[in-house]
Design a protein around this ligand. Sequence first.
Ligand code: ADP
Ligand code: NI
Length: 219
Amino acid sequence: MTKERILLKAAEDVRRELESDSSGHDWWHIVRVTRIARYIARQEQADAFVCELAALLHDIADEKLNPTAEAGMAKVRERLAEYEVDESDAAHVMEIIGTMSYKGGHNPPVRTKEAQVVQDADRIDALGAIGIARTFAYAGWKGSVIYDPMQPYRETMTHEEYRKGSSPAINHFYEKLLKLSGLMNTETGKRMAVARHKYMEAFLEQFYSEWDGLGMEPL
Ligand code: ADP
Ligand code: NI
């Protein structure tokens, strides 16, 4: 298959698979991340085919959607074989998908420029207005409340505790989202993260001011 055909086929398959997902891994997340990855790849002179293919396939391996992380990676490997992606590109895509996830910020930095691009693209889509929307969609899917002043975010909470529990959606901003703009790999990614980061800060400020009832007469 030509590279163009491989990308089309991968998009078609992933679309079918994630179309009805409501955990924040929906098909439109994939479309956005792939588009952002294509843009950053062009700016950073990275291999656009590898970046796009990894972006398209990155969430079919997610631990949340598979019995284990290994089962998820096996699925990606099968797909790449089915599309007859050449060996070095396939190995590169596997490496990108296997190393790009956040894991509480504990994963080591990714190795290649293409991995940096795809990781940045996925992180950009976790920020800004879209990031806010995805956070509350995910919290709803998980059954978490939007905010609980009695359960403030604890810096000492481990990632595993955090993942298992159903802590309030607002806590996720401190656990991850507000840290991402400082963790971008590429200059293009850093630039794109700035406005989205500011927007989330403004959102939180407005959220707390409404929560505290500022400007209202006491009952
Ligand atoms: P990604 O597709 O960026 O790898 P994740 O798999 O970590 O993202 O999660 C999907 C979406 O749900 C993201 O927008 C993320 O910020 C959000 N999310 C992840 N964990 C939580 C959580 N505990 N509470 C609220 N939102 C979350
Ligand atoms: Ni993603």
